[in-house]
Design a protein around this ligand. Structure first.
Ligand code: NAD
Ligand code: ZN
Ligand code: ZN
Length: 235
């Protein structure tokens, strides 16, 4: 359903052509910025010359335009770009989370470390299915282990803020991905994707439970690294 945006259009939106040549290497191809792109002849384009440089509008980092183009085409082509140097995300990054449901419940029980508030329970449910073109093995089935997965946040101001950010991350398909589980080694399965969740409520057997006084700040930082912030995407 998502439109695959023309890569050249996406790059033009967030990078300006520049004639200044910084005395540095391109972080994508490792060639000098004054030399031709290492992707010359690999990436096909209509309008981009192999020596052309582009500068990101907001952070100002410079790369070969052809290298950015190759990077974009290697990703899931969602219309967003991430600066390889400072990791700023331009546009709205989306992931490859398969179809499923996110449900939210309020529980009266408090979590260790948050004696004064009840808790928020998030239930993720993803049924097994067939991998799409955005997944490692398109056409092959993917399995789902441990679903529904139950996760917890304190029902505090910061907990509610994290919940709102997690809803945005879910809608952008960033919470899970299809790949290999670090824990089980199983391939072609649905796994967590860089945004940590607490899956134990009153215990901490797995290390993914409470108390953990840094958890809310850590997950806010992990969400920000995926471009999910209170102010929405900045361009
Ligand atoms: P994974 O092992 O590839 O790890 C990906 C990330 O998830 C890592 O950052 C890891 O630290 C984190 N992670 C690992 N185990 C976790 C857990 N129990 N709770 C929260 N975060 C966890 O990821 P995966 O394969 O998706 O999950 C690991 C295992 O945890 C799976 O075997 C899954 O079945 C199991 N699990 C079970 C439940 C349950 O309610 N029964 C809930 C969550 C995860
Ligand atoms: Zn380059
Ligand atoms: Zn940058």
């Amino acid at each position: 359903k998502e439109m695959i945006k023309d890569p050249e259009e996406v790059i033009k939106k967030y990078m300006m052509r520049t004639e200044e040549i910084p005395d540095e290497d391109c972080m994508i191809c490792m060639e000098k910025l004054g030399a031709l792109s290492g992707y010359d002849g690999v990436s096909r384009t209509r309008n981009i010359l192999p020596g052309a440089l582009g500068k990101f509008t907001r952070c100002g980092h410079v790369f070969h335009l052809l290298c950015m183009m190759a990077m974009y085409e290697n990703g899931n082509k969602d219309g967003s770009l991430q600066c390889p140097s400072c990791k700023i995300i331009y546009g709205e990054k989306t992931g490859t989370q398969p179809k499923g449901k996110m449900e939210i419940y309020l529980l009266p029980q408090s979590l260790p470390g948050y004696p004064d508030s009840g808790s928020i329970q998030i239930v993720y449910n993803i049924p097994h299915g067939i991998q799409g073109p955005e997944h490692p093995n398109p056409g092959k089935p993917y399995t789902t282990r441990g679903f529904p997965r139950h996760c917890y946040l304190p029902y505090s101001e910061k907990g509610k803020q994290v919940l709102e950010l997690l809803k945005v991350a879910w809608n952008r398909r960033l919470i899970f991905t299809v790949g290999t589980s670090n824990t089980t080694g199983e391939t072609d399965t649905v796994v967590w994707n860089e945004i940590h969740h607490k899956t134990e409520m009153g215990s901490n057997v797995s290390g993914h439970g409470f108390p953990d006084p840094n958890y809310l700040d850590n997950v806010i930082a992990e969400l920000a690294a995926q471009g999910v912030t209170e102010d929405g995407p900045r361009q």
